[in-house]
Structure formats: C-alpha cells, structure tokens
Design a protein around this ligand. Structure first.
Ligand SMILES: [Zn+2]
Length: 112
C-alpha cells in the first residue's frame, strides 16, 4: 500500500466534498481502516499533513476508525476476532471466512 497515493485520494475526496457543499474549509475527514488493509496509519497521517498544505483542507484532521479482523468458521459457525489473518478455525480447524478487516473507505467529510 502506497500511503502517499492513498493520502492524495483521501484529500481529493475531501476537497471535492468541500466544493460540492460550497465549503471554505474542511475540518475533519473520517476514515475506516481495516487491520488487514495494510496501511501504516503514521505514514498516512504524515503524507496527508504534507499534502493538505495550501488547500481548503489545511486544518483538516484525519479521524481514523480501525476495524479489527473478524472471521467466521464455515464448519462450526463461530466468529472470531483475530490478531492476524488465520485461515483455520482455532476450535475445529474449519476454514475461516473473512468478515471484516479489509475496509478502506472515507466515512465522512466534515466541512464548513
Ligand atoms: Zn470452527
């Protein structure tokens, strides 16, 4: 994952939203980020802070909601929250189906 490219995309979404709302300023940009999305939050924030300079989003804060990895077993039907993605059920060795953790989306843009 290229954090700089991602930051640019997020900034573009924020600026577009500001334009559509005839807003002069962007205050906050909400982001949902799964633990499996492979994004380094620190690098992303840093890139965003650099790119937002000289734009209506220069004071915008990135509000990041992390989504844990969860998966459901196809055999026993139990849902587990995982530290890292594991393909097999810890209880019955069934195959785990990923439910969440790959999310990467802009939730909201808070602007004036
Ligand atoms: Zn199971």
């Amino acid at each position: 994952m290229h954090e700089a490219t991602l930051a640019e995309n997020i900034l573009n979404i924020a600026l577009e939203a500001a334009e559509q709302n005839h807003a002069a300023k962007v205050f906050k940009v909400g982001l949902t980020l799964g633990e499996l999305a492979g994004v380094e939050v620190e690098a992303l924030t840093l890139a965003f802070d650099v790119l937002k300079e000289d734009t209506p989003a220069k004071d915008a804060e990135l509000v990041i909601k992390r989504v844990p990895i969860s998966a459901t077993c196809n055999k026993c039907g139990k849902t587990f929250q995982l530290e890292g993605y594991n393909f097999f059920c810890p209880e019955c060795d069934g195959v785990l189906i990923l439910q969440s953790g790959r999310e990467l989306l802009v939730d909201f843009v808070d602007c004036e």
